[in-house]
Design a protein around this ligand. Structure first.
Ligand SMILES: Cc1cc2nc3c(=O)[nH]c(=O)nc-3n(C[C@H](O)[C@H](O)[C@H](O)COP(=O)(O)OP(=O)(O)OC[C@H]3O[C@@H](n4cnc5c(N)ncnc54)[C@H](O)[C@@H]3O)c2cc1C
Length: 393
């Protein structure tokens, strides 16, 4: 049997090694459009050196017998013939995994701004973040705010524009957004909320109403778009990601998709995640599925971010229509959580110094996974030891 994987990122690499760890002895071929050894993306916005950290070293691929085809873009998938085309050559597969990830979202009005997805992008951005440089960042999502923190660490003069009243609005409740925003302001970031950016280029940002700001560098961090074109051209179902079932099977026979490029069923709805841990978990699960394991994927969404010495963690998905409850974490941190209609803990997010957040969030994550039910007041009470709740659950 021959497995072909398109996309040598977090998900594709995990899937390739997982196949071997599960005893698969057939051929594994991993195609990656980028020329560098597959690397971790999270440090790109956080590490001022912009030195890519390899996911695995070259020897690991060699000794696992994984054919690593770097700098090779797959141009077509022919599901009927069970082939892919790369560099004009056809390659057959018995199972195909599409793990093409996502790219930085671009809009024509900001077309000239720098964006961040690859090590190449990071090198360009970091080179422009010198002390005293005036840097404009459009978008107060995770990438924009992590870059703001990194730029401040390098002594740059940073302005962040956000077109709504809250930072990190898509990912966390307002209480956490406010804590993070306050920290950025305290670090000297000019945070312009409710700023309606109508045009921007490499050195300027214009707001509705005509105000124009001049910068040395402008970076747009306005989200990402899944790389679905290959799949769509091959006739696979696509809807905000390549549509897969709970086992990462696409609409074409023996074609799977996982990681940032796919949308999958979760708790009665269809979601797409952009998360390092999900990319790994899904790569692993897709590998098992390609080998015939029929278990449905049920891992809890989990995401983290680091800004200054703040750690931010999110477990589960928040429902914007449901009440948010809160408890302090250490002196400066905060944890918020949601209880669902069944009274079960459904989602939690925390922000603060790592030592105040990481342990409590780990416990809350386990309680969510266990489906534990609580009165919100019990968790909100700072004198309640979360560990004791876990023991009792
Ligand atoms: C700057 C940055 C910081 C991040 N920080 C965090 C964080 O703090 N916490 C967190 O949880 N997540 C973070 N993430 C998200 C996380 O890195 C992604 O969720 C994860 O990398 C997704 O893995 P993936 O394999 O699905 O996609 P990717 O890592 O995007 O890999 C996909 C690969 O497929 C290749 N490819 C695409 N099309 C083709 C083709 N046709 N042929 C061949 N190859 C192709 C691409 O070149 C790419 O190398 C961050 C992402 C970025 C960009």
């Amino acid at each position: 049997m021959r497995v072909v994987i398109i996309g040598a990122g977090e998900c594709g690499v995990r899937a390739a090694f997982s196949l071997r760890e599960r005893g698969f002895e057939g051929q594994v071929t991993l195609f990656g459009a980028e020329t560098s050894l597959p690397y971790e993306r999270p440090p790109l916005s956080k590490d001022v050196t912009a030195t890519p950290k390899a996911i695995r070293n070259l020897d690991a691929y060699l000794s696992a017998g994984i054919d690593l085809c770097l700098g090779q873009t797959v141009d077509r998938i022919l599901p009927g013939a069970r082939q892919i085309i790369a560099g004009g050559q056809a390659h057959s597969y018995d199972r195909l995994l599409i793990a093409t990830g996502a790219r930085a979202r671009q809009v024509p009005t900001f077309a000239d701004c720098l964006t961040l997805r690859t090590a190449h992008d990071a090198a360009k951005i970091m080179a422009s973040l010198a002390a005293g440089a005036k840097v404009g960042i459009i978008g107060a999502g995770f990438i924009g705010l992590e870059l703001a923190a990194t730029a401040r660490r390098l002594g740059a003069d940073v302005t962040v524009f956000q077109n709504g009243p809250q930072v990190l609005a898509r990912a966390v409740p307002a209480q956490i957004g406010e804590l993070v925003a306050a920290r950025h302001r305290a670090e000297g970031v000019a945070l312009r909320l409710d700023a309606d950016v109508v045009a921007a280029d490499r050195t300027s940002v214009s707001l509705a109403g005509g105000v124009r700001f001049a910068f040395d560098t402008v970076i747009a961090g306005i989200g990402s778009a899944p790389n679905v074109e290959l799949a769509a051209e091959a006739g696979l179902d696509v809807a905000n990601g390549i549509v897969v079932d709970g086992n990462f099977r696409s609409s074409a026979p023996d074609v799977f998709a996982a990681g940032d490029c796919c949308s999958f069923p979760f708790q009665g709805r269809r979601i797409r995640l952009e998360s390092w841990k999900a990319a790994q978990d899904q790569g692993d699960h897709a590998a098992a599925a390609m080998l015939g394991n029929g278990a449905t994927y049920a891992k809890l969404p989990w995401f983290w971010s680091d800004q200054y010495d703040l750690t931010l963690q999110v477990a589960g998905l928040f429902d914007p229509l449901r009440a948010i409850h809160s408890r302090p974490a250490g002196v400066d941190g905060r944890i918020v959580f949601q209880i669902d209609d069944q009274g079960q803990l459904a989602a939690a997010a925390g922000a603060g110094p790592r030592q105040d957040i990481a342990k409590d969030m780990k416990i809350l994550e386990k309680l969510i996974e266990k489906g534990a039910a609580f009165e919100p007041a019990l968790i909100s009470d700072p004198s309640t030891h979360l560990k004791s709740l876990l023991k009792a659950a």
